[in-house]
Write a protein that binds this ligand. Structure first.
Ligand code: NI
Length: 225
């Protein structure tokens, strides 16, 4: 399931970040590609040690924590520090699956359950550059507004189409979820959304709402970690 999450950043913040990123020095993205990915990867990345990268990644993490939809959909256990990439001049990233295990800065390993892309360039600022994700219902082409994000299963084959005009700047990262099984996680997300809607309609004291909320937590307890 692909989950778009709108307005992780407001437009003014996204534009501010974009201006600062556009002025930064970028390095070849192949430096951080695994041995198989290196043959299909053709983009630029901001070095993880770049001060702007260090600052903005903290900002992304802080904003994610305040996004109930993200927390509900991802049930995050570990989040890889967000990175920043740039595609231009025909740059692309051919069909691949992201690495299954990543290492956090303190060298702790994490399993990648979900992949995320936070778009920072507006879609009309570049041509091409769609994130194309293979799903059980066929390939889905994603190109979101600045400040919007998509979450998708890290098990998915995906690619970034060549950017033939303009620049596509985005942030990307991975999440290890408290619930490893994608289907279980998706059902919990759906149940949580339903509980939220019913709570809004009937109030938190409603007996059926309480029952449903209890079920949500007992399923989460059963499936978590
Ligand atoms: Ni990827």
């Amino acid at each position: 399931m692909l989950i778009p999450i709108e307005s992780v950043l407001d437009k003014a913040t996204a534009a501010d970040w974009l201006a600062r990123l556009q002025a930064a020095d970028w390095v070849d993205g192949r430096n951080t590609a695994g041995s198989l990915a290196v043959s299909v990867k053709d983009n630029l990345q901001l070095d993880d040690k770049h001060p702007l990268s260090q600052q903005l990644r903290q900002e992304v993490l802080a904003r994610l924590g305040q996004q109930p939809e993200f927390v509900s959909a991802a049930l995050p256990h570990k989040v890889y520090p967000p990175r920043f990439n740039c595609y231009q001049g025909g740059g692309s990233y051919g069909l691949h699956v992201d690495g299954s295990i990543m290492h956090l800065p303190d060298n702790t390993p994490m399993r990648t359950d979900l992949s995320a892309t936070l778009f920072l360039s507006e879609p009309d600022a570049y041509e091409g550059g769609e994130l194309v994700i293979e799903t059980e219902y066929g390939a889905q082409s994603i190109k979101l507004g600045a400040g919007d994000m998509v979450l998708y299963p890290a098990t998915s084959l995906h690619q970034v189409m060549p950017v033939t005009k303009g620049r596509r700047i985005a942030s990307f990262f991975w999440i290890e979820s408290m619930v490893r099984d994608a289907q279980a996680r998706e059902m919990l997300f759906s149940l949580d959304q339903t509980v939220q809607a019913l709570t809004h309609e009937r109030g938190a004291k409603d007996e059926q709402v309480s029952n449903l909320n209890g079920l949500y937590h007992n399923l989460l307890r059963r499936w978590a970690l």
